[in-house]
Design a protein around this ligand. Structure first.
Ligand code: UDP
Ligand code: MG
Length: 149
């Protein structure tokens, strides 16, 4: 049964997925959530918010010196985000595959970015890129009490 799977390493792994302002504006929230649900992952946290710049600067701390950083902040504050925590076996790696390449021009058809976007500066969705990164980002965006067990 499902409960016996909890002994398998990585089965309770968690990742942060965010529908970016263009994805919310274009009504992709349901589509994106449905892909994660149908894949078999479990939703354990969900919120909609207008992201404060301070939070985004921590979220994207490794990109602060990139030339696109100012426009990235502008993009990410251009409207509300829908931020989620999804749980399941290898969810960090698998969700990166489901989301597709950072550059939608390189993202395969069938991935979220491959299906719904054309430009790297409007790529619809965020997904954590490592287990450690996911833990850091989840703590940034959610209080422990906001996550379901
Ligand atoms: N980004 C951009 N231009 C670039 C590279 C990245 O606008 O040349 C934006 C894009 O929204 C991307 C985000 O910065 O999703 C974070 O970049 P990262 O390399 O972490 O890509 P991701 O992990 O989102 O695939
Ligand atoms: Mg990244």
């Amino acid at each position: 049964g499902y409960s016996s799977m909890s002994g398998i390493p990585g089965v309770r792994e968690r990742t942060l997925i965010a529908v970016k302002p263009d994805g919310v504006h274009r009504r992709f929230v349901g589509e994106i959530m449905q892909r994660f649900e149908r894949k078999g992952f479990k939703l354990v946290g969900l919120k909609m918010l207008q992201a404060p710049e301070e939070l985004l600067s921590q979220h994207y701390q490794d990109l602060r010196r990139k030339p696109f950083y100012p426009s990235l902040l502008q993009y990410m504050t251009s409207g509300p985000l829908v931020v989620m925590v999804w749980e399941g076996h290898n969810v960090v790696r698998t969700s990166r595959v489901m989301v597709g390449d950072t550059n939608p021009a390189e993202a395969h058809a069938g991935t979220i970015r491959g299906d719904f976007s054309i430009h790297i500066s409007r790529n619809v969705v965020h997904a954590s890129d490592s287990v450690e990164g996911a833990q850091r980002e989840i703590q940034l965006w959610f209080h422990g009490k906001e996550l379901m067990d």
